[in-house]
Design a protein around this ligand. Structure first.
Ligand SMILES: *[C@@H]1O[C@H](CO)[C@@H](O)[C@H](O)[C@H]1NC(C)=O
Ligand SMILES: *[C@@H]1O[C@H](CO)[C@@H](O)[C@H](O)[C@H]1NC(C)=O
Length: 438
């Protein structure tokens, strides 16, 4: 090898390293090449990534469901998997918990602290060995595996076996499985959480999206999408999920599907349809009276005026249930909202009430895979982080202390601005990639 060739080889290696990319995967990415010379393009999406379908899974009290949202905007319901005894008992246990009770800020006793450390270490060890992080992960993974296999069967064509790489999972609003809990399940199955931090998706929002509400039209442009979603009227949504195993009631204020927070949510296992006691002409009146009273009390307790109703679950289509809902809400919702109850039932068949949550999750997954998200989060988080420093410097600190504080603060601000510019560039690049693709 001549010296020149060697030099050239070294130079080109250096250039490639400086670019920070291993010269983008060459197959079918030629169109991106001209704008993907920056290191940030390490994560430049390929056509294949941008056009891949979004996969949504919904975990309910009784069953799990899966749906696929294709690039051509078609959404397909895939499968409903009945929960195993272990799944049913896990969900029942979880129904009495919230993220705060599962992950408390304070553990009062020393024993509790030790136990906490032990379970954390056990979790890490299990994950390192490729095992489910804990018992809950194992049970949820068993459910997700069945859903995932069906989705993969659907996507497989002829001899080539498709395996999914991303998914979004929704869980009931009162349980709110955290990114960590879902991450443990998905890590075990080697699937990426397309939702990921800092977002989470819960049933009411997923169902809202599944029914086509609160979705901006042009989701690949974050500015246009934000403006669109922020201009929508604020709705106070009552979500009722009724299955054999439980009645779940949730109230949530929403402008778009991704509005954060929930006003109230509760799962009542005793009001699952299987707990009705039959008399001669079907389920007893007493059972539906209890359902009526619960829905009424729950809605009254939040003191919100409901403007929109969402129904999901295998049992919402029954006439007795509809009558109970109407009786419960007669004077608690706007007149035209009550009309939409009937419209809601007329417009959809029962399978939609079962699959709508998974369909919404699939739509969200597709949007997350295709549209640039999260980058604009950098700025708002900077300001509160820097606030104590500003306040500290102003409130008569000893000069000796104020100087390093201000210096460190400036360094921090400088770094943060650089990080923010980096994110903006990333956003701009990815947006232009998308435009070229369009
Ligand atoms: C969209 O794509 C899916 C899967 O390729 C196909 O089954 C479906 O019919 C398509 N829908 C439309 C409207 O083209
Ligand atoms: C609803 O509230 C009323 C009055 O506070 C109470 O008597 C009743 O037991 C409650 N019913 C349910 C199902 O919570």
């Amino acid at each position: 090898m001549s010296i020149t060739t060697l030099l050239l080889a070294i130079l080109s290696t250096l250039a490639t390293t400086a670019q920070g990319t291993t010269v983008l995967e060459t197959h079918n990415t030629n169109r991106y090449r001209p704008i993907c010379t920056l290191p940030i393009c390490k994560s430049c999406p390929t056509t294949q990534q941008l056009t891949q379908p979004g996969i949504g899974f919904a975990l309910g009290m009784e069953y799990g469901t899966a749906a696929i949202r294709y690039h051509n905007k078609t959404i397909q319901s895939i499968i409903q998997v009945q929960g195993s005894p272990a799944y049913l008992s896990l969900m029942l246990d979880l129904s009495h918990t919230t993220p705060q009770t599962r992950f408390p800020d304070e553990i009062p006793t020393r024993r509790g602290k030790l136990e906490y450390v032990r379970t954390r270490l056990q979790r890490l060890a299990n994950k390192a060995l490729g095992r489910p992080a804990n018992a809950q992960t194992a049970v949820l993974a068993e459910m997700i595996t069945q859903l995932k296999t069906s989705v993969e069967d659907t996507l497989s064509a002829g001899t080539s076996r498709a395996s999914i790489t991303h998914a979004v999972i929704s869980s009931p609003d009162s349980i709110r499985l955290t990114s960590e809990e879902l991450g443990d399940v998905l890590d075990y199955l080697k699937v990426t959480n397309a939702m990921a931090l800092p977002d989470e998706l819960f049933a009411a929002s997923a169902a809202y999206a599944g029914f086509g509400h609160g979705l901006c039209a042009k989701y690949t442009d974050p500015d246009v999408c934000d403006r669109d979603e922020n201009n929508r009227p604020y709705q106070r949504v009552l979500h009722l999920d009724f299955t054999n195993k439980a009645l779940t009631t949730t109230i949530k204020g929403m402008r778009s599907w991704n509005t954060w927070g929930v006003d109230a949510s509760v799962i009542i296992a005793e009001l699952g349809y299987e707990h009705h006691s039959d008399d001669d002409d079907g389920p007893s009146d007493l059972f539906f009276d209890k359902i009526r009273d619960h829905i009424r009390n729950f809605t009254l307790s939040t003191r919100f005026r409901i403007t929109e109703l969402l129904f999901t679950g295998t049992r919402v289509g029954g006439q007795r249930f509809k009558d109970a809902v109407s009786a419960a809400l007669r004077d608690l919702v706007a007149e035209d909202t009550m009309k939409t109850v009937e419209d809601a039932f007329r417009a959809y068949d029962e399978p939609d009430f079962v699959f709508v949550t998974a369909k919404g999750a699939a739509e969200v997954a597709k949007r997350r895979l295709e549209g640039p998200v999260r980058a604009p989060m950098a700025l708002p988080t900077l300001i509160p982080a820097f606030e104590p420093v500003l306040r500290g410097a102003g409130v008569g600190f000893p000069v000796g202390l104020a100087v390093p504080v201000v210096l460190l603060g400036s360094l921090f601000v400088g770094l943060s601005i650089m990080v923010y510019i980096y994110y903006l560039t990333l956003l701009a690049t990815c947006t232009s990639v998308k435009k070229i693709l369009d």
